[in-house]
Design a protein around this ligand. Structure first.
Ligand SMILES: [Zn+2]
Ligand SMILES: [Zn+2]
Length: 361
């Protein structure tokens, strides 16, 4: 208990929390050390809602945060869904008992970037977040998010487990919109983790032939089952040649759904002339890649990036999931209770896992 808030003296801590209930939450104690702790329930301010977490997916960016390599805000768990538990004054159209997904980041909708549709680049976007995070019994959604349409009601026909994909699917849809161009028929994806495989399914829906690169055999087998023309180990030259043969030509688009610099460099070499490369997996702090400018110039490459998702895509994602326009249940390979949340991270860091989710009953 005393250790749950580093730097705060226990006696002071107790005074701050005397009138609040305690709940379980996953806390990042120090670099690389996670612990399930008893922490004070978040205090609701006017216009906020409290959600009882029912399910929350472990994202690659959560893992980067634990490793101390993250470039995004330090809150753990943003693929959370649950049931509204309490509503404070000033909240309209949301009631206790509603099944919801609450987007953790929300833009201002009035700055120059927002006016251009670059919502995820808005300065305000990463400043607002659920408290204390998705891996906790309860979390509060800030008024900023509530007032800006970030709380979506989950239809009855969509279960909580599948609804954890609203955010990651939204991220992939935003990335696909940037990357895709009419006439592209061949694609390569680097990284067969959850988002790489969501991209695989979305690109297949576009009628695309897709090859997938991953260093993990487990994930390659998974990608083949999920519809990849060929899944190859990018370190093995022969395997890459076979993959390109199966595609009958070079891919026009590449998704780098991993933070690996080597994957990005390989994508530049692998795509066809006029090819597009999407940097999608969050690159770890300090990562650098050397770009051969003559290659970019002579091949006419376009290098794109896509960070996070906006309310536009999460609404589409929720609709696609509830109407079964995309099937993602197979990607959930591991489930854990909140008490086992630390283990969920251990497993998610292992390459023999696709999506690990934490469930709270
Ligand atoms: Zn995520
Ligand atoms: Zn803005």
């Amino acid at each position: 208990m005393n250790a749950s808030v580093p730097g705060v003296r226990p006696e002071k801590y107790i005074i701050i929390c005397w009138n609040r209930y305690f709940m379980k939450a996953l806390v990042l104690m120090e670099k690389g050390k996670l612990s399930l702790e008893e922490v004070p329930e978040p205090k609701l301010e006017e216009g906020e809602i409290m959600v009882r977490m029912r399910a929350c997916g472990v994202c690659g960016t959560d893992i980067e945060k634990v490793k101390g390599e993250a470039i995004t805000p330090p809150v753990l768990g943003h693929e959370a869904v649950g049931e509204v538990y309490r509503v404070s004054n000033g909240v309209k159209d949301i009631q206790p008992g509603d099944r919801v997904f609450a987007h953790h980041h929300t833009p201002c909708y009035s700055c120059d970037l927002c006016k251009k549709g670059e919502y995820t680049l808005c300065e305000e976007f990463p400043r607002h977040n659920i408290r204390p995070g998705g891996f906790s019994e309860f979390y509060a959604v800030p008024r900023w998010n509530v007032e800006r349409g970030a709380v979506l009601k989950i239809p009855d026909n969509l279960d909580y487990e599948l609804a954890t994909f609203v955010e990651p699917l939204g991220c992939c849809l935003r990335g696909l919109n940037k990357l895709w161009f009419e006439g592209a028929e061949k694609a390569v994806i680097y990284g067969a983790g959850p988002t790489g495989l969501i991209f695989l399914k979305l690109l297949k829906m576009k009628g695309c032939g897709v090859i997938v690169a991953d260093t993990s055999e487990y994930r390659r087998i998974f990608a083949s089952k999920a519809g990849a023309e060929y899944a190859f180990d990018p370190r093995v030259k022969e395997a890459k040649i076979n993959a390109l043969d199966s595609l009958r030509g070079k891919p026009e688009v590449a998704v780098v759904a991993t933070g690996s610099t080597a994957a990005f460099t390989d994508a530049m070499e692998t795509v066809s002339k006029g090819g597009r490369i999407l940097i999608f997996g969050s690159p770890p702090q300090g990562s650098k890649a050397s770009i051969e400018l003559p290659t970019v110039f002579l091949k006419g490459l376009t290098i794109l990036s896509s960070y996070s998702t906006s309310e536009i895509e999460i609404n589409i994602a929720l609709k696609m999931l509830s109407e079964r326009k995309i099937e993602l249940q197979d990607l959930i390979t591991h489930k854990f209770s909140l008490d086992e949340a630390v283990k969920a991270f251990d497993v998610a860091m292992d390459q023999k896992c696709i999506k690990a989710i934490v469930i709270s009953s």
